[in-house]
Every structure is written in structure tokens, then in C-alpha cells.
Write a protein that binds this ligand. Structure first.
Ligand SMILES: *Cc1c(COP(=O)(O)O)cnc(C)c1O
Length: 380
């Protein structure tokens, strides 16, 4: 198989055979002419069941994760929903990390639990705790997210896959934070990878989307049926924008990671900073594991300041880092989790400390980013 960046540029991106257009055309058509009843020209009949632009993205997604199947959806949560409904039935149980993406928890707790799905929560960085939680009862799905949001905890995909499989569970990894450029969970033993392509894969903060990749033929078939029967597919424009973003994923992740490392080291040395959460720092508890499991440490850096007031002031004082939710775009973003992305888990065991600020480090010139953070820290 060719290198990652070669696959990113070429997989699913063959030039158009009729015109020679180097970039595959964006297909908006919702329906396809048939050569006699049932005579389909490329397997396409109706836009919900299939669209060539979506196929191009799905081929590219599968190739980048070294998988047989890639499926793309209208959002990350739509991908998760299709997967969960394809796999679970009433009475089944899911074991998930105690710091999974809030929307994943909400989907399970508010939508699937009322249909009879049971939830258990464990600390995924503690393998003994996970083993004990698996021993509590049959587990249909083990749901892992690493690095986690926003405290960048790193959990061991290889070991979790081993424990999950020994307990008969399907092992799912939410790979949104690392992206396939930095981490390949299927090669570490996971059964399914899900993504919010809204983040690094799209990479430009201009398209919401989700994806799922797997080597499991039977599971892919079931999810594909849900994609068709329930319809939470990507629209053609969304698929095309995501494909375009995906082509530069490798080079973007390299720059995001390099900038984040410089910023983490700068913050770590700053007198007003209490804690820096970044797996690229040697003192981070997940540093060695991340160095083994990921090819780089990623673009998200979280930082703990003296108290909530200092964190809020810092978050509101940057000029280049824009105060906004989401992450993974080329522009740097600043987030105050307690009142923004994680407001819904305030006061619960999933709450984020109120002195923490999360930075999504962009690809700008790093000296400008550091200068911006420095002037913001001067204001607290
Ligand atoms: C954003 C995000 C999701 C949800 O994806 P949407 O595209 O917003 O539906 C899931 N997991 C993680 C880790 C995320 O950051």
C-alpha cells in the first residue's frame, strides 16, 4: 500500500473519464438514468442510497485508515447513531470512558437508554478498572476516545481492544482528536473507528460531517443499510468539501502538532500557568503511550490557570485565537469548556475543572500565536 499522503491525494480521486477533469466532478443529481428498467450505469439510482461524490469520500476515508469500508454521514453524531442502532438491541450494555465527547454521552443517555440500552462508565486509562467494569456483566460495545477532550488523557487502544474482545465486546474508537494521520486504531486491534469529520478531517471549519471505517464486512453491511434506510448521509457539497480537506490532512497535522508543541512548552514555562495538558510534554502521564500509539501528539493543548476568573479572562483576551466552540480547523480557536463545550456536564462526574482553557492550535506562524498568548496572559 502506498504512503499516507499519497493515498490522501489519490484514493477515490481518479480523473473524470468523460472530460479528463483532474478533480472528480461534484455530483448534485438526486436520480440516475436507467438503460432499461434496472439498468444502472455505476450502481447509482437515487441520492440517498448512493452518490458518486460520497463514494469518492468513502473510498478516501477507508484508504486512509487502511480499512475495507468507509461510510460518510451528515455529522459525527449521525455516524455514531447509525453504528449504535446497527449493533445494539434492548438489553445490551455499552461501557464508555468517563470523559467521552459530551454528545456521545447524550446520544446514549437520552436517546438509546430510553430504548433499553444500558450504560456503564469507566476510567479508560486504568486497565484494571476497565477489566472490573467489563466483569460486571455482558458488554456489547466498549467505546474508547483517545486522546480525550479536553484533558488529553491517553488510553491504550491495544490493551483495551484485548480486554474488550476477551469480554466479547465490539471495540469502537472515536479517532476525531488524532485523525487517521496520527493514529490508526484498526491496526491496533479496534473493530470500528468513528470520526467527526467536522474537525481535523474537514479541517477548515466549513463543513459538518461524520464517518465510520471498519474491516468488518457484516457490520459495514448493517450500517450501510441504516445509512440507506434512515438517511443521515452526507450531502454532495459536504462530501466534496471533506474530500478536499482530507487531501491535506497529513501536512496539516504535522503543522498543528509542531505549533502545539511550541505552545505547550511556552505555557509550561510561564509563571501564570499552573498545568499544561499536552501528551507531547514528557511529564504528561500518557506521554510514553502516546509516543508509541500516535505518530505525533496532535494540535490540542489545554491549560490550567490559577482559578476560574483567570481562565475566563485569558480566554477572552486573545486576538488571534478566536473564542469559539469546535476544533481542528486551520485557524486557532480558544474554548472555555466549563461554560462552552462542556456546559451540559457541569456539576456531574464528567465536569471539566473551571480553571481550564482548551486551545485548538492552528497552522498560523507559531511566533504570532505565542505572542498572542503572551499578551493575553499579561492581562490576567
Ligand atoms: C465533535 C465531536 C463529535 C461529534 O461530531 P459532530 O460532527 O459535531 O456531530 C464526536 N466526537 C468527538 C471527539 C468530537 O470532537
Amino acid at each position: 500500500m502506498s504512503g499516507f499522503d499519497t493515498r490522501a491525494v489519490h484514493a477515490g480521486q481518479d480523473f473524470d473519464p468523460t472530460t479528463g477533469a483532474v478533480i472528480p466532478p461534484l455530483h448534485f443529481s438526486t436520480t440516475y438514468a436507467q438503460d432499461g428498467i434496472g439498468g444502472l450505469r455505476g450502481g447509482y439510482e437515487y441520492g440517498r442510497s448512493g452518490n458518486p461524490t460520497r463514494t469518492a469520500l468513502e473510498t478516501q476515508l477507508a484508504a486512509l485508515e487502511g480499512a475495507r469500508h468507509g461510510l460518510s454521514f451528515a455529522s459525527g453524531l449521525a455516524a455514531e447513531d447509525a453504528l449504535l442502532r446497527a449493533v445494539l438491541k434492548p438489553g445490551d450494555e455499552v461501557l464508555l470512558g468517563n470523559d467521552v465527547y459530551g454528545g456521545t454521552y447524550r446520544l446514549l443517555a437520552r436517546i438509546l437508554a430510553p430504548w433499553g440500552v444500558g450504560l456503564r462508565v469507566a476510567e479508560m486509562t486504568d486497565l484494571a478498572a476497565v477489566e472490573a467494569a467489563l466483569a460486571e456483566g455482558p458488554t456489547r460495545i466498549l467505546w474508547v476516545e483517545t486522546p480525550s477532550n479536553p484533558l488529553l488523557k491517553v488510553s491504550d487502544i491495544t490493551e483495551l481492544a484485548r480486554l474488550g474482545h476477551a469480554a466479547g465486546a465490539l471495540v469502537v474508537v472515536d479517532n476525531t482528536f488524532a485523525s487517521p494521520a496520527l493514529q490508526q486504531p484498526l491496526s491496533l486491534g479496534a473493530d470500528v473507528v468513528v470520526h467527526s469529520t467536522t474537525k481535523y478531517i474537514g479541517g477548515h471549519s466549513d463543513v459538518v460531517g461524520g464517518a465510520l471505517v471498519t474491516n468488518d464486512d457484516e457490520l459495514a453491511e448493517k450500517v450501510r443499510f441504516l445509512q440507506f434506510a434512515a438517511g443521515a448521509v452526507s450531502g454532495p457539497m459536504d462530501a466534496w468539501l471533506t474530500t478536499r480537506g482530507l487531501k491535506t490532512l497529513g501536512i496539516r497535522m504535522q503543522r498543528h502538532s509542531e505549533n502545539a508543541q511550541v505552545i505547550a512548552e511556552f505555557l509550561d514555562a510561564h509563571a501564570k500557568v499552573q498545568t499544561v495538558y499536552y501528551p507531547g510534554l514528557p511529564q504528561h502521564p500518557g506521554h510514553e503511550l502516546a509516543a508509541r500509539q500516535m505518530s505525533r501528539f496532535g494540535g490540542i493543548v489545554s491549560v490550567g490557570l490559577a482559578d476560574a476568573a483567570a481562565a475566563r479572562r485569558f480566554a477572552e483576551s486573545t486576538r488571534l485565537f478566536t473564542l469559539a466552540e469546535s476544533l481542528g480547523g486551520i485557524e486557532s480557536l480558544m474554548n472555555y469548556p466549563d461554560a462552552m463545550t462542556h456546559a451540559s456536564v457541569r456539576g456531574t462526574e464528567l465536569a471539566v475543572p473551571d480553571n481550564v482553557v482548551r486551545l485548538s492550535v492552528g497552522i498560523e506562524s507559531v511566533a504570532d500565536l505565542v505572542a498572542d498568548l503572551e499578551q493575553a496572559l499579561d492581562q490576567i
